[in-house]
Design a protein around this ligand. Sequence first.
Ligand code: GDP
Ligand code: ZN
Length: 369
Amino acid sequence: MNSIQTENQITTNTLNKHANLTTYGWSEFQTNALQSLNLKDATPARVLYRNRNIYHLATEKGIINGALSGKYQYEHDLSDYPVVGDWVLIEPKDDLGVIHTLLPRKGKFSRKEAGMVTNEQVLAANVDVVFIVTGLDSNFNISRIQRYRTVVLEGGAKPVVLLNKLDLCDDLEDKMAALRAVLPNEPIHPVSTFTEEGLESLAPYLCEGSTIALFGSSGVGKSSLTNALIKSSVMATGAVGETHGKGRHTTTTAELFCLPDGGILIDTPGIREIQIWCHEDAIEAGFEDIAELASTCRFENCQHKAEPGCSIKHALKVGTLSERHYNNYMNLKREARFIEAKQRAKDRQKDKVAKKDRPRQKRFDTVCD
Ligand code: GDP
Ligand code: ZN
């Protein structure tokens, strides 16, 4: 009992110690990570913005510039470099923060770079909530929302569906019912950034320390929503804007903002345009109910077609699994396969071009023979 109390006390003390950082999302997760590293005098900071090798860091004492230590650069691949949203440990040196350590990530969103070597490019880390934004106009597309949901879950965040342009919609109930049928458990919020209807329902996500990102195709209203969330608050635009001298919407690089009502918004072009292709495995993860059913089929490699003892076929027949939900799952799998095949073909093409452009190596081997 005593030891538990002591442990809790340590956690609380360490949380208090970094209280200024809770506005930027410092939580028990980071406290625990720090404790497990056993670094007593570490100075934590959150990456707000990165421009090549220059980092903008939120520290307890304000926003400073930072750079990776030489040792860090030497020992790590580019894919392990801190990105917007990451927590790092720094050593203050003059006015600069020298970054020595990347704290473990709660989750991350990345893009796979196509080419000779498939590199992972991490776009943002430690996102808690993703608003999946869709228009209630002709943009409305259920399977796209499902694909985004899968990506959000894979990145370790909570998906929240925002149906924007409510002012343009006269069949909300039908659309909600169709969406509910495939996403029975996700929060869905119809909103309009024009009339501001429904925006108040987002308040619970904008609590202190919660990091939010927006996904959605072009034209669905992400910028409008970002502006609505930021309002015209000086705090939101000033804190980061001042340090790199650029206005809020003229910037094209990654950024992290504190919202006036609490919460932190990560708004980067990369994150906005995150590719929603994902591996078949990730789709399985987004349909736990089907995966669970399939695991009880008699044959491990059951294709759910005509095999005896197929739980999926049975559930469809007795109606415990909705036909629509299952078809959606099958369509997503088919799409994922198709997109992956296309990506592979593209990669092969790129490799071919890269090979052709590579300077020819001298054939020393033949000389040495
Ligand atoms: P983004 O590409 O996702 O950032 O979308 P924008 O925020 O730039 O919005 C795209 C277009 O949709 C703009 O012309 C907006 O004025 C419009 N728009 C955004 N929100 C709403 C809304 O709630 N209702 C209506 N009718 N139009 C909206
Ligand atoms: Zn089966």
